[in-house]
Write a protein that binds this ligand. Structure first.
Ligand code: DGY
Length: 436
């Protein structure tokens, strides 16, 4: 009887694996890059692709490296890797390349970036892959590009070497409508806003998406950047929205450590290694500025007012993934996270349910995201919080197994929400959750 149950369990796990692999194939374009989901997001997105490559590496290593090579085709001369690469035309997304009008001779792209997970996911793919020789030869060839990307963040987004990199747009944080951005966005003038039409609401329930008011700010910022020809240093001085996102800063710190590690495997120069060490050192010294001891979490900072954005979001817990925080603070944060379980069955909600703005259905104001849970899980393990890490693993696994590969999940019922057939959710199944 026991062996019958075991084989039933393992055949259902195999089925989920086969479905996840098929989903990636279905969302693959030209055997080169993966769209996050058809219709809603019909192009290549920066951090989506990095996480999706981790799914590919579990069953098709060539395809995993092709994903990264396609992403790097959109890299700008400045080193920036844009948040969207428009390899082909599509009418189903706003704002497309005609709206961005970003002058990138390499490829049609957007004019902002996204959380720099690239170095970390390349390291993870390398560690998981079987053909190390092929992987190392590819990684050697892209090391200068990854280094240039990190240089772009440190030099263009932290021109005064404070150790905190700035972001100028909520889309750049990847956590678009997080409550952290509500107050800073109020400084964005809407007087010159040009008319526009959203396309996301044609396929997704508006209650699950950012509001029209949010979109007005997103588009007004885009239009402002365009007026200033996306001049990064100028925007550091004049962008009305300028925050140090705890998510981006944590992800960049972790990526610097992973870049350093890969440099030991590649033909990198001592000078380049020293540069990355200096960035990391600067970040380590500045990181304490994100800590709010009253709340027991790390928080983003509004760089225009200097104030902390006083919310407990899933972004706060990405600080664990940075590896830069003291063990003592990690254990305070683990208790903060543990306390959030009273209201939400599925950790980690993108906003604490104790917050008045919590909304269990609306995108980054409550719902749970698999990639965020993966980073928090991994961060908790760095700090020996194994029990809590395993609870997050199990909750994410159950939600995906029950409701399929959705964009995000309701933290109360676990039900799937947002876009269907979502690539990075399937990738997280393959790379992280396909165990037991
Ligand atoms: C969107 O359009 O919703 C994206 O999150 C922007 O990258």
């Amino acid at each position: 009887m026991l062996s019958f149950l075991k084989s039933l369990l393992s055949s259902s796990t195999n089925n989920t694996r086969i479905q996840a692999q098929q989903l990636l194939r279905d969302n693959s374009e030209d055997d080169a890059y993966t769209v996050p989901t058809r219709v809603l997001y019909p192009f290549q997105w920066n951090w989506d692709s990095c996480f999706t490559s981790l799914g590919w590496v579990t069953f098709d290593e060539d395809r995993a490296w092709a994903e990264i090579a396609s992403l790097l085709k959109g890299q700008c001369r400045s080193g920036k890797i844009p948040h969207i690469i428009f390899h082909k035309d599509s009418e189903s997304y706003f704002p497309g390349p005609d709206i961005w009008q970003y002058d990138n001779p390499e490829m049609k792209t957007s004019g902002i970036s996204q959380p720099p997970v690239l170095a970390t996911t390349v390291r993870m793919a390398y560690e998981r892959c079987k053909n190390k020789e092929q992987a190392l030869s590819f990684i050697n060839s892209i090391m200068p590009k990854i280094l240039a990307y990190h240089r772009w963040w440190h030099e263009r987004r932290d021109p005064h070497s404070t150790g905190l990199v700035a972001t100028y747009h909520p889309w750049e944080t990847g956590r678009d409508n997080s409550v952290e951005w509500d107050e800073p966005l109020k400084a964005v003038p809407l007087d010159d806003l040009q008319p526009y039409v959203r396309k996301d609401l044609a396929t997704i329930n508006p209650a699950y998406r950012p509001t029209n008011e949010d979109y007005d700010y997103y588009v007004a910022l885009l239009q402002l950047f365009k007026t200033h020809k996306y001049d990064q240093i100028k925007l550091y001085e004049i962008s009305p929205f300028k925050v140090a996102d705890i998510g981006i800063n944590s992800i960049l710190a972790r990526a610097n450590s992973d870049l350093l590690y890969m440099m030991t495997l590649c033909d990198s120069s001592e000078e380049d290694r020293q540069t990355v060490l200096n960035w990391l050192d600067m970040q380590a010294k500045a990181f304490e500025r994100f800590w709010n001891s009253d709340r027991g979490v790390y928080q983003s900072i509004n760089l225009i007012t200097g104030e902390k954005l006083d919310f407990v979001t899933s972004g706060s817990f990405l600080s664990l993934w940075s590896g830069l925080i003291p063990f003592e603070n990690a254990s305070i944060m683990a208790s903060t996270l543990e306390n959030m379980r009273h209201a939400t069955k599925v950790l980690v909600p993108s906003l604490s349910a104790d917050d008045a703005k919590y909304d269990r259905y609306r995108y980054w104001r409550g719902p749970v995201w698999a990639i965020i849970n993966f980073m928090i899980y991994d961060g908790l393990k760095i700090y020996d919080q194994k029990l809590l890490a395993d609870q997050i693993f199990n909750a994410t696994r159950t939600a995906i197994k029950t409701y399929g590969f959705k964009e995000y999940y309701d933290p109360v019922s676990g039900e799937g929400l947002g876009g269907d057939n979502f690539s990075w959710t399937a990738a997280m199944w393959l790379y992280w959750l396909d165990k037991k």
